[in-house]
Design a protein around this ligand. Sequence first.
Ligand code: NAD
Length: 480
Amino acid sequence: MTTVSDFPAAAGPEADGVDAAVAAARSAQPGWDALGFAGRRKVLLAWCTLILRRSDELISLIRAETGKTADDARLEVVLVAHHLRWTATHAARVLGRRRVSPGLLMFNHSVEVTHRPLGVVGVIGPWNYPAFIPVGPVSAALAAGNTVVLKPSEQTPKTGEWLAATLAEVTGAPRVLHVVQGDGAAGAALCRAAVDKVSFTGSSATGRRVMAACAENLTPVVIEGGGKDAMVVAADADLDAAADAAVWAAMTNAGQTCVGLERVYVVGAVADRFLDLVAERAAGLRVGDGADADLGRIVLPKQLDVIAAHVRDALARGARAVVGGPHSITPPYAAPVVLADVPEDSAAVTEETFGPVLVVNRVTTVDEAVARANAGGYGLGAAVFSRDRDGGRSIAARLRAGMVSVNAVIAFAGMPAVPFGGVGDSGFGRVHGPEGLREFTRTQAITSQRFRPLMHPTSFRRGPGTMPTLVRMVRTLYGR
Ligand code: NAD
């Protein structure tokens, strides 16, 4: 296992390149900030238009770098535009100056709260959604008036470069989005550079290293880590819809989705029927690089070993392979695997598989389903299926997850106003929505005295009766 010291703070080509990018971003920041919300909105919307006009290019790049199916890449570009547009349009409302009540005691003041940019934000991205994931924090940081240095995954350098180049076409010089390329060493150098915040998306193990490196300069971080999302299927669920959703959420992008579904807890009375429906759908999926493929390749060769190990371990412990099995892994592909009755301490239940493997375990009650879903360290997304929507929402509220979809899967990712992020091993901080915008700002409150008060408790020139009168007043107001 690599540790923090694998990427020590040594000077080197990574650090030099990163420092130069941060310096360039720093010098571009005041001018970008001075554009104000309206000016930045115009630029970001023009970027969105350009991305859509050249979406075929972006789709090809994403496919070339990740082996995604055409539909998976198309969906990614749709999400990029949807989120970018929301962020550009709503930044002024969310972050603009707002008046706050001074309260009774200080009624002679007026107060305004503003959200100022932090300066330069470092964004470290993963390869699984190489455009959609970075665009979340990049667009929020930019809309708030920061400039950005992006380190894309070493698996998807060209997609990162394309994003920065298209934005530069709109902004001209100086660039407000800089890209540094490289592996973990470049990422570590960015964490140690003179940035004002780091937004990291990747595995939880790397997230710990990122946080340790950022701690050296007390640089704040957002950690969007891994997940082990679960679905709860209640006895009254629409089983057809639940099975369809489960298979898509588990197999889309060949299972390489942070909020991909890896576990289902289904109530015993409907478990057999649900499993039949899941098996029927999963077995019919096509794998490969053909135009009609539903699942593309597994990007990291070492992930194929993890997927195979999880499947073998589960079977060795007594799980049943309902669809596929160890033979489903034929590098660089992994075909759908559905496992049933998997012991809860197997790696396929406790660790992120990040491949097209779905565990379906039966439970006696919804309470048991909730307890099992909440048992692991991760807490990213989750789903609930129940025909009783209120009941579904109350099950959702008991799940330890950042986002839960009721009678749908991963719905939150298609809603730009919805904050996205996890708890526990899945990390902390939020991207998307108002919370995602505020993440890249510092809050400043300015109070302004409008007139001198009759009593002046915060002065040594106050009279002897001032404080007793104040206490009497507060008792009258709040003490009953
Ligand atoms: P990863 O952790 O291997 O790499 C992520 C990024 O971190 C890459 O750019 C990498 O170069 C960089 N990096 C590696 N070591 C570093 C270090 N020491 N310091 C700084 N940066 C470093 O993850 P990955 O394989 O690219 O992505 C898959 C993982 O990401 C999965 O665990 C998945 O669940 C997670 N993910 C999470 C979200 C989310 O929003 N929570 C979204 C997508 C992916």
